[in-house]
Ligand binder design. Structure first.
Ligand code: PBG
Length: 310
């Protein structure tokens, strides 16, 4: 026990460094910037097309020509990367999803158009079959509906090569993240929810109960040559973000998924939460957990808020 010069106890008062905005800034352990964000967009075929996604207020599906000016703005705000998710017309979907590897498919054309207009923005593509299959599964199924591993992998390889040939900077395989119910609004957005019709993905996605198993998946991904890993969803899985970061010390991204977006938007729309404050707090929390970058539907809004703060 010690008594300070003023005779007050205790000597350490945690509030001293919280007294003014300047002191609070000095001791900030984590900061957010627009450079942390990957901006996901839903791409439609055709021209001059925009459709709202009802379960994701503020998010639209857009044709490439409408998307380009928006990405120009995102780039100007300092967002380094965009992630593309295609909305495939029903007549291009099939049992085996082979449209995914069409060198002139929607994603491949979008990649080329974006790299041409904005060569500095990194383009990430989603490697998965769910937008392309008539049954909405991420892979090729047998008669019982079971996703067949090796034929699926062969198709995913073709898809990946077509993305790389089109100029994608990052290919992001997404068949085996957590089996989460927070993906619901995304499945509405890409139009796979109806096709999936209650079918679930738990024979290939990781059970939400299993952190050790998720770490084994990451170990395998790294062994197979992955440069980055991504934890998805983000907020309910921050323990996984931290464990992955601490265990492997590789660039670790987190995906704040559609359901996380929808929850915050719905609460804000009802006046129950302060949108700006809660969104920035959620993003900061994801970074504090160890994420190097965050894939978030709030990317543009958050980048704008951050630019107003400084
Ligand atoms: C699947 C894929 C999913 C998301 C992106 N790619 C999940 C799924 O339907 O299983 C979800 C992203 C989100 O919810 O924002 N290939």
């Amino acid at each position: 026990m010690s008594i300070s010069a003023s005779g007050q106890f205790p000597e350490t008062r945690m509030r001293r460094s919280r007294r003014t905005p300047a002191l609070r800034r000095l001791v900030a352990e984590t900061t957010l910037s627009s450079g942390d964000f990957i901006y996901p967009v839903f791409v439609l075929d055709g021209k001059a097309r925009t459709e709202p996604v009802p379960s994701m207020p503020g998010i639209k599906r857009q044709s490439i020509d409408v998307l380009l000016p928006e990405l120009t703005e995102a780039h100007a705000l300092g967002i380094p990367a965009v992630a593309l998710f295609p909305v495939i017309d029903a007549d291009r979907k099939s049992l085996d999803g082979s449209e995914c590897a069409n060198p002139d498919g929607l994603v491949q054309r979008a990649v080329r158009a974006i790299k041409k207009a904005l060569p500095d923005i990194a383009v990430m593509t989603d490697v998965a079959l769910d937008p392309y299959t008539t049954h909405g599964q991420d892979g090729i199924i047998d008669d019982s509906g079971y996703v067949l591993n090796d034929v699926t992998v062969a198709m995913l390889v073709k898809q990946t090569l077509s993305h790389a040939a089109a100029g994608a900077d990052i290919v992001a395989p997404s068949d085996m993240k957590f089996a989460s119910a927070f993906y619901g609004p995304f499945r509405d957005a890409v139009g796979s929810a109806k096709n999936l019709a209650g079918g679930d993905k738990s024979t290939y996605q990781v059970a939400p109960s299993n952190g050790d198993e998720a770490l084994r998946e990451v170990a395998l991904d790294l062994q197979e040559g992955a440069d980055f890993v991504m934890v998805k969803p983000a907020l309910p899985y921050l323990d996984i973000v931290r464990r992955v970061k601490d265990t492997y010390q590789v660039p670790t991204f987190a995906y704040q998924v559609s359901g996380e977006y929808a929850m915050l938007k719905a609460a804000a729309a009802n006046g129950w939460l302060d949108e700006r404050a809660t969104v920035l707090e959620a993003l900061l929390g994801i970074k504090r957990a160890g994420a190097n970058a965050i894939l978030t539907y709030f990317a543009v809004e958050a980048a704008r808020w951050l630019s107003e703060e400084n």
